[in-house]
Write a protein that binds this ligand. Structure first.
Ligand code: SAH
Length: 396
């Protein structure tokens, strides 16, 4: 009789029953508290994961410092990691070709959700930007293998690495600056849903733009009319999509550099938009005091709940913002309200918006209950991959 897979050569990590059950449920992380033994295993190593009885559960990438000690990479033994990562990269590029249309800017690789844990890659026209989140993805020859496969598949003019210093510190990786790792070009113009944007590979927040909202911009534009307010507008993603349909558009953000790019984006698209540098909470309060009215409001604040601990404060923030916006909406108006905090579930977010509506004396109808764009895939068994909520509501 044929025996199942041979015992893999990579060093083994033994995990607890709780960790084993979590993997059985389809999750891909094992927390440090569920590691029983990981003796002599170096940072970023490829490891075989075993249960307490020594049964092989799959192959993973190990982090010696993160609370997420193990990120699964395959159900089978892996003897050639770089070949596997190259193949996965080709598959994600092909998956985007099926899913993504009307844009030359999209997420090419979304970490776990693309079976490449610890790696994020975005495309902005002919530029690629990547971010490494783990020891394993930072190590050679892994890093170079992925870069070279991306180059072969997408033929970018340049590739930039975007460094998040906090993540590198948590992973105990040496400090490094953002910069080009290939090519010379660092700026481009990209187009999504027919709207054009400036991109600078070495500036801005996240990897440069909020690509996860791409499909929501187009959806919001279907409903929004009249006088519009885009609160937390960054470089004008929603505002620019609303401008062709609305009689006036105001964009508010606290970041001056973001608004400078927003203004250049408006010029690029021949749109008149008023940009205001302010704390959106204060501005909404002033507008409400002065009885300002709008027909369409977008609320897309930064992640208020960065951890479970800050959840209560975050929920108060969402309530307050939505309450203020709802009070300013004319009957028949539209509210687009978003939350990008993973810790706030879709149900909790709906509940807080419903509370705000009760307090404002308004009735809400759901036009669309949306999430992140499809190029930021969601793994059904890994709730952490679903983070963006976007409700489009008709207000009366
Ligand atoms: N809607 C944007 C993304 C928003 S990200 C898009 O689609 O591109 C959140 C934005 O909120 C960031 O641009 C950040 O600068 C801004 N911000 C953070 N705190 C703020 C505050 N208190 N008032 C106004 N803007 C704020």
């Amino acid at each position: 009789m044929l025996k199942k897979s041979p015992a893999p050569d990579s060093p083994s990590v033994t995990i607890s029953r709780a960790g084993t059950l979590r993997l059985r449920d389809g999750h891909v992380w094992v927390y440090r508290s569920d590691i029983i033994s990981a003796e002599g295993i170096g940072p970023g190593a490829l490891v075989s994961v075993k249960d307490e009885r020594g049964k092989f559960l799959g192959t993973a990438l190990y982090s010696s410092s993160s609370q997420i000690a193990i990120r699964m990479i395959a159900r089978e033994p892996v003897d050639n990691l770089t070949a596997l990562l190259r193949e996965r990269t080709r598959t994600t590029v092909a998956y985007r070709k099926q899913l993504v249309s009307d844009t030359d800017a999209y997420r090419v690789i979304f970490s776990e959700a693309d079976f490449l844990p610890g790696l994020i890659v975005d495309r902005y026209n002919d530029l690629l930007s990547f971010q490494v989140l783990t020891q394993a993805m930072d190590a050679e020859p892994v890093r170079q293998a992925v870069i070279s496969e991306l180059t072969e598949q997408l033929k970018p003019a340049a590739i930039a690495e975007r460094v998040d210093p906090r993540i590198r510190e948590l992973e105990q990786l040496p400090a490094r600056k953002s910069g080009l790792v290939q090519g010379e070009k660092s700026s481009a113009i990209f187009t999504m849903n027919g709207v054009r944007f400036h991109y600078d590979a070495l500036e801005g927040q996240k990897t440069g733009a909020f690509l996860d909202q791409r499909e929501n911009y187009a959806a919001a534009a279907k409903y929004m009319r009249g006088d519009a307010l885009d609160a937390f507008c960054y470089q004008g993603g929603f505002a620019l999509h609303l401008a062709p349909h609305c009689s006036s558009v105001i964009g508010v953000d606290s970041s001056r550099p973001a608004l400078e790019t927003a203004d250049q984006n408006a010029a690029l698209n021949n749109r008149e938009i008023e940009w205001i540098e302010a704390n959106a909470f204060d501005l909404l309060r002033d507008y409400a005091d002065n009885k300002r009215q709008f027909d369409s409001i977008v609320l897309d604040p930064p992640a208020f709940a960065k951890s479970k601990r800050t959840l209560d404060t975050a929920m108060r923030g969402y309530k307050e913002l939505n309450l203020r916006a709802l009070k300013m909406l004319r009957p028949g108006g539209t509210l687009v309200t978003c939350s990008c905090s993973y810790h706030v579930t879709s149900e909790a977010f709906m509940e807080v918006v419903a509370q705000a509506a009760r307090d404002a004396g308004k009735t809400l109808r759901i036009l669309e209950n949306r999430a992140q764009a499809k190029d930021h895939p969601i793994l059904l068994a890994v709730p952490e991959t679903a983070y963006l909520k976007c409700l489009i509501l008709s207000v009366s």
